[in-house]
Each structure stands twice: as C-alpha cells, then as structure tokens.
Design a protein around this ligand. Structure first.
Ligand code: CDV
Length: 315
C-alpha cells in the first residue's frame, strides 16, 4: 500500500530589510505557480518567510519592531497567497513572526509556522519552542541573534495533526537540533515533520563550528527522521541577506535517514519529491517499534536539575 504525497520545498533566497510584504509574497506566488506545474500537493516555505531575518538587529523602536510581525494570518498582504493556493489545491506551511494580545491583555510575540490544507482550511499553528541566541544587544558580535529579545517560547508544545493523508508535525529552525523535538512528535505517531530555518554560517559563540553548519543541519534532521521512522522536510531561507551568509541545502529526508531531495542553489528554488507516508511503517514497526522496544522505566530523567543521575564520587 502507498500513501503518496508530492511535497515541494519552496526555498527562499535573501530578503532585504526594507522589502515590502507585497514583494515577498510575489516571490512566494512564483514558487507556488511553479509548484502547481509540478503537481505539488504540499509546499513548505521557510522560517520567517515574509521578512528579512530581523533578529540580527536590535530594534528598540516599537513601531519599527512590530512592522516585522503579523497580527493576523492571513493578513491583507498574504490573503492572495492563501486564495491562490486554495484555488490550485495546494496546501502549504509558512513561517512568520506573530504578535497577539491574550484575554488578559498581555502581548505575546512568537516565531510561528502555520499549516494550511489543500482546500484552504487552517490545520494548525506551531510556535517555536527552542529560542536561540540572546536577549541583550551584544556589540562585540558582527551581527546579532536576538531571538530571545523578540520571541517567547511557544506554550503549546510539539503537537501532531491529521492532514495530507497522514500525521503531520512542525518545528522551527533551532528546534531541529534537539532530539526531544522529533521524539515528542514521534511518540504521537508523526509521519511527516515540517521545518523552516534561517541559519548563518558564522556562529559567533564558537566559530570553529562555521565549517560544520551544513553537516550539522543535515545530521540532526537525518537522525530525527531515522530514529522516529518519519519523513522530515527542512527548508532554508538562504543566501547572503543584509551581509550575512546563510546556509541553503534544503532537504527531504526519508524515514531511513537518507536524503531523497536537496536544493542546489542558495536562492529562490523549488525542489520536489514524491514521498510515501506508508514507508514510515518499515521503521515504526521494526527497529523503532516504540511499544515493543522502548524501556521508559529505565529512562531516569530529573527535569528539575536538568542533569543526569551521577554515581557517587569515589572515596
Ligand atoms: N533561526 C534559528 O533558530 N537559527 C539558529 C541559530 C543558532 C543559528 C539555528 O539553530 O540554526
């Protein structure tokens, strides 16, 4: 039996700081139309797809800061994309900066990804959990990574949803580096995990990692896919954006851990693969049969100390 799904990666090249939403949505529409020609059913755009990666600047002016956020989705600027995707019967996943005010009048800012079905219905909204970088302006850096200044961690945890004929989960950029991300969704039966990312080559905290950025990008997603018997789709906002060089190499990873599709440029690029959601069973029912082989009673975790249980020091 097969449950085939034609998945497209809508990798995006750089977006300038002052690019309008209209300009960005136009590029996204071009990728959407190309996807329609190639019979794509699910199109995955990157993290913070609608703007430049603004956490590289310390913006104190509230009006300017909020100009990078969306109060509603679809917004006026993105409505044409939602309408056109529904008309073409293409579902999609899209990352953006979200601002909202809750029932108590408290404002929250999240790094968010939305999943939309082929008929235009909104399936889910995921808010990034692992917020990297720092909260204070650190002038010694050539550029900032101020996600912890702009965003709070999503309160909803990692969920999965029935969509596109399977069980679909989402994660955003830094989430992909953490094994828990995949396992929490794997335990809920995830068959397909959709991830957008913005990752500079230059890692100021430890530049010896720069040369390993593409390796680390792939190793985490390949391990996550294999160890949980699911497909993983990772899509970049790539190229040199406002002077910062970002990795590309967007990939679709099979439950075997193998890369079955990869982009070849660092610009706007569509790459497509047919994936079979039933292929997950070869891993979920065999080497990673969780019910049969996992031994949770032996997984001793002290979450309060976030540490391992160490044996006593020798006398
Ligand atoms: N946008 C991100 O979350 N970026 C991070 C940082 C650490 C570069 C990443 O994990 O790729």
């Amino acid at each position: 039996m097969s449950r085939n799904l034609d998945v497209g990666m809508a990798q995006m090249g750089p977006t300038a700081r002052h690019a309008t939403r209209g300009e960005v949505v136009k590029r996204m529409m071009e990728l959407l139309h190309e996807a329609a020609e190639r019979k794509v059913e699910l199109l995955v755009y990157p993290e913070l797809a609608l703007t430049t990666f603004f956490p590289r600047w310390h913006i104190e002016d509230e009006e300017e800061m909020l100009s990078f956020f969306e109060e509603e989705m679809p917004s006026e600027a993105t409505q044409p994309l939602f309408d056109e995707a529904a008309r073409l019967g293409i579902g999609f996943c899209l990352g953006y900066a979200e601002v909202l005010t809750d029932d108590e009048g408290v404002t929250h800012r999240y790094n968010t990804q939305i999943l939309v079905e082929r008929d235009g219905s909104q399936v889910a909204r995921f808010r990034k959990i692992h917020i990297p970088g720092h909260a204070d302006n650190q002038e010694w850096r050539p550029f900032q990574h101020l996600e912890r200044y702009y965003f709070e961690s999503g309160p909803g945890g990692f969920g999965v949803w029935r969509a596109f004929g399977g069980i679909v989960g989402m994660a955003i950029c830094n989430d992909r580096r953490w094994s828990e991300t995949y396992r929490v969704m794997g335990l809920q039966g995830a068959e397909l995990i959709l991830i957008g990312y913005n990752t500079p080559y230059f890692y100021a905290a430890d530049p010896q990692q720069n040369a390993l950025q593409n390796f680390h990008n792939h190793v985490v997603m390949q391990a996550g896919a294999y160890q949980n018997g699911c497909w993983v789709v990772g899509v970049a906002k790539a190229g040199t954006e406002e002077g910062v060089e970002n990795i590309a190499q967007s990939v679709i990873v099979a439950p075997s851990g193998q890369i079955v599709c990869q982009t070849i440029t660092d610009g706007d690029e569509l790459a497509v693969a047919r994936i079979d959601l039933d292929f997950c069973r070869f891993y979920k029912e065999n080497v990673f049969n969780f019910d049969l082989y996992r031994v949770p009673e032996h997984y001793r975790i002290i979450s309060e100390t976030r540490g391992a249980i160490l044996p006593p020091e020798p006398e």
